[in-house]
Design a protein around this ligand. Structure first.
Ligand code: MG
Length: 382
């Protein structure tokens, strides 16, 4: 089989309400964008993948830095093609969607969902609702009540208020309202921010320690990204000092960074993402490294429905993934906001778990209508 053509669509989808994510302080998102790729082959099979909101940089990375070097190649030769994609990542922006599409082709050729090809561990995974916005406790309780009615038994709360005492009081109110009826994780989002209008600093080690101790008291499942991404020394110190698991690694890049941070003793939970961090093949190695280090591997998934599906197959094929992240924060970020490019949104089951799609490959179908309606920019190889 040979790769014969690559098509990229940069999509803009208007959100049902403005989104104020904690990872872009002061920025208001009225739309969500993503790059969708279709990789066609001489056998008529077409693989799909998608990358996060990185604007035109993502499209040109695929068009200029990756496509010329993979046309004509056999899509089964993932390990041979992956280094080309990694070069694209070094000089451009998030080309991992190309590898998702290769695996989608392989799954479609085999007639099997990817997680079964890789050696399945589970068919469904306990899901948690991953909120986005820093809102009042009252507003958050309303949203969480709705999510609980939808089946969610766990949720991740955002901490990024002007001072850590406010963050701690916020979690105390949420815990007091729900008691043991829901489980909670917290994400401090101190490792990085997206381009945004506000000048932002990051917590000190002392701040992180105070918050971690307070979260321990409230039986929070983990504290995510309490310190800057490359502050390995203090991340390792905090991980060793507190009892609450410290999670992170969503935007680290490359196998070598995960090796470095695991060797340094950073994080109890590794959260690489198939849309942001590396290709799926390399992330399977990261998951294995986490397993060998007796750490859970719980992928970050905050991109779009296709990226989430790629992470879901990855998560279901490793033995050390006890939770799966479902990005959802109504009214702005709904199943439809996340999965608008799919024929059907991916939803959780009544028992609060997410089932792995059983179709071949990624097990999802692109919506041709959405492609037509929301394409801002399209590019095709010659
Ligand atoms: Mg996070």
């Amino acid at each position: 089989m040979k790769i014969t053509k690559i098509t990229c669509n940069l999509l803009d989808y208007p959100l049902p309400a403005p989104l104020h994510p904690s990872w872009a302080p002061g920025r208001i998102f009225t739309q969500t964008s993503c790059l969708v790729i279709r990789v066609a082959t001489d056998e008529g099979l077409v693989g799909i993948g998608a990358g996060p909101d990185a604007g035109r940089a993502a499209l040109y990375t695929v068009a200029d830095l990756v496509t010329p070097y993979i046309l004509g190649k056999d899509p089964f030769m993932v390990e041979q093609i992956s280094p080309v994609i990694r070069v694209g990542a070094k000089d451009g922006s998030y080309p991992w969607l190309v590898e998702m599409a290769l695996w989608d082709i392989i799954g479609k050729k085999a007639g099997l969902p990817l997680y079964r090809i890789w050696g399945a561990f589970q068919d469904s995974i306990p899901a948690y609702a991953s909120l986005a916005e820093v809102v009042s406790a009252e507003e958050c309780i309303d949203r969480l009540s709705w999510l609980a009615e939808s089946g969610f038994k766990a949720a991740k709360l955002r901490l990024r208020r002007p001072c850590i005492r406010q963050d701690i009081e916020f979690v105390q109110k949420i815990r007091a309202h729900f008691g043991d009826k829901m489980q909670f994780m917290v994400d401090a989002n101190q490792s990085h921010v997206m381009p945004c209008p506000e000048t932002v600093g990051a917590w000190s080690y002392h701040d992180a320690l105070i918050v971690a101790r307070a979260m321990e008291e409230m039986d929070i499942l983990w504290l995510e990204e309490p310190l800057l991404r490359y502050n390995y020394k203090q991340i390792a110190q905090l991980t060793a000092t507190v009892d609450i698991p410290i999670a992170g690694g969503e935007l680290n890049k490359g196998l070598h960074e995960y090796k470095q941070l695991i060797d340094a003793g950073c994080y109890d939970i590794i959260q690489a993402d198939a849309a942001f961090s590396e290709g799926v093949s390399q992330l399977r190695k990261v998951a294995a490294l986490a397993e060998m280090s007796f750490k859970p591997f719980i992928p970050h998934t905050w991109s779009n429905g296709i990226g989430m599906a790629a992470n879901l197959h990855l998560a279901a094929s490793v033995p050390n993934c006890p939770w799966f992240e479902i990005p959802i924060d109504p009214p702005a970020w709904t199943d439809e906001s996340r999965d608008f490019m799919l024929n059907e949104p991916i939803t959780i089951q009544k028992d609060g778990s997410i089932a792995v799609p059983q179709g071949p490959g990624l097990g999802i179908v692109l919506s041709e209508d959405a492609l037509k309606k929301y394409t801002r920019l399209e590019w095709q190889s010659g």
